[in-house]
Design a binder for this molecule. Structure first.
Ligand code: DX5
Ligand code: ZN
Length: 352
């Protein structure tokens, strides 16, 4: 998994359609972060590609996420088939019949997948306004949809990419802006500087003789550099997958605090990690949050954390008063025999 912030979605539109399994294997080996599958119906765009069967065929060939980009006039008619085929996200166009948009987004979200809307170059972002709260992804097209290998529309990127982030500002974690069309090593730094999360890269990766892995790494690195110097005051971006410990608490309190934090759309991972031993012999749990959401978690929950820590302290005292203190080593998971008492202990437990 790449370290930085930007991610490359490999579009298979210009891969060899007679040997898609090989194309998938190769791109995965060369460092693709995910796959972007362009579905065209010959009606919404003047080109035809694949259907849900292609997605279902690819699904068992890779563990990377599969993003479906539906350039079709009737997304509602086909959405269930694409969900069944195993897409991790489905993005369709806001230019389709408006009656289909909300029910299609709802169907995608109900299935627990990420839901997205795409905008053609001439469509203003304001077309997304009524659907904002149903969106995980906004895909900004920087070519007219239909074909790979077209020229990147810089003015469209400049007008829409940062603005699209604003549209998803209600989602502190997990919202993604995708840029699709003409993205390569020439345009990567520019779009990275506009905060884009996912760069869809197609035709340049499939040119004969081209070093695909190098191209993917270059695009990612240039996008991160753009982000660092244009948006982030020269500071390197926070790695997309990094997690940090926000609090360490006894289990019953950790679970309560986790639920509270997650209500605001910030995912929490509880880990039986490095926390102190409690008087019941069980370690505190670590509550991990995405590093990219550390600031907003602190902003929202620093006072709650103090409250929970105080509660934990009085719980420990009450426990000791009632039961005394259990030696931590007795209940340490995975140990069989007696353990030397050198292990990290709670000061109170050690002194008792
Ligand atoms: C175009 C598709 C793109 C296409 C991008 O309609 O949506 O995903 O594969 O290809 P390049 O990178 O060549 O513009
Ligand atoms: Zn696409």
């Amino acid at each position: 998994m790449a370290g930085g912030r930007a991610r490359v979605a490999v579009s298979i539109l210009d891969a060899d359609h007679s040997n898609m399994a090989h194309a998938i294997r190769r791109a995965e080996k060369e460092g693709a972060d995910r796959f972007h599958v362009d579905i065209m119906d010959g009606h919404f765009v003047p080109n035809l590609t694949f259907g849900p069967k292609m997605v279902a065929g690819i699904r068992p060939r890779t563990e990377l996420p599969l993003d479906a980009h539906l350039m079709i006039s009737n997304p509602l008619q086909f959405v269930d088939e694409f969900l069944e085929a195993g897409c991790d996200s489905i993005t369709f166009h806001v230019e389709v019949d408006p009656a289909q948009i909300e029910p299609t987004l709802v169907a995608i979200r109900k299935a627990g997948r990420a839901a997205g809307l795409a905008v053609k170059p001439k469509t203003p972002l304001s077309a997304l306004e009524p659907y904002r709260h149903l969106l995980d992804i906004i895909l900004v097209m920087t070519v007219e949809p239909g074909f790979g290998g077209q020229e990147f529309m810089k003015d469209v990127a400049a007008e829409k990419l940062l603005a699209a982030r604003e549209y998803l500002s209600h989602k502190p974690v997990g919202a993604e802006i995708h840029v699709d069309g003409g993205v390569n090593r020439e345009s990567a730094e520019f779009v990275g500087g506009l905060g884009v999360d996912i760069l869809v890269v197609g035709s340049v990766l499939w040119i004969k003789g081209r070093n695909m892995g190098r191209e993917i790494r270059l695009v990612r690195a240039l996008a991160d550099e753009g982000y660092q110097y244009r948006l982030n005051n020269g500071k390197p971006p926070i790695p997309r997958d990094a997690m940090v410990t926000f609090a360490q608490l006894p289990k019953h309190l950790a679970w309560l605090f986790m639920a509270e934090i997650e209500t605001g759309g910030i995912p929490v991972i509880p880990l039986r990690g490095t926390g102190q031993f409690n008087p019941d012999g069980v370690r505190d749990y670590d509550l991990l949050v995405p590093a990219s959401a550390e600031a907003i978690t602190t902003e929202r929950h620093a006072a709650d954390r103090e409250r929970y820590l105080a509660e934990a302290a009085s719980w420990r005292e009450a426990y000791i008063a009632k039961h005394g203190v259990k030696p931590p080593d007795i209940q340490r998971p995975g140990t069989t025999g007696p353990v030397p008492p050198a292990a990290p202990t709670h000061p109170r437990a050690a002194g008792a």
